[in-house]
Design a protein around this ligand. Structure first.
Ligand SMILES: [Mg+2]
Length: 116
């Protein structure tokens, strides 16, 4: 799969974005849904990764579910390892608690500027 393309005269790297729910999307649901849909419409992968526990129905997340974004529940596990175990390498995390993502020095990176 081609990971880089030119759109609007600029380099665009096909990217997997993970959005946190609590205190991230919930801070401005309309704005975040717009952003998430915009990124997905441009060909990126967009998902929601929350530390909430799986196996529960969270009605407050319905507005995300209705937009058909995949939602991953880590049940408190570090998000990076959890997603890696699902076979999904997230490129960019949008999260109010970066510590919830966790660090993995062997994590496979894609894109430019792999030092940061
Ligand atoms: Mg949060």
């Amino acid at each position: 799969m081609e990971k880089v393309e030119i759109k609007d005269g600029r380099v665009v790297m096909k990217t997997t974005f993970s959005f946190d729910f609590d205190n991230t999307i919930t801070r401005d649901p309309t704005a975040f849904l717009w952003m998430m849909n915009y990124l997905r419409d441009r060909g990126h992968e967009v998902l929601v990764c929350t530390a909430r526990y799986s196996g529960y129905e969270f009605d407050d997340m319905n507005f995300v579910k209705e937009q058909k974004f995949p939602i991953y529940y880590t049940s408190g596990m570090g998000k990076r390892k959890f997603m890696k175990d699902q076979g999904i390498l997230v490129d960019v995390w949008i999260d109010d608690m970066p510590d919830a993502i966790g660090y993995d020095p062997d994590y496979e990176r894609s894109g430019y500027g792999v030092n940061g």
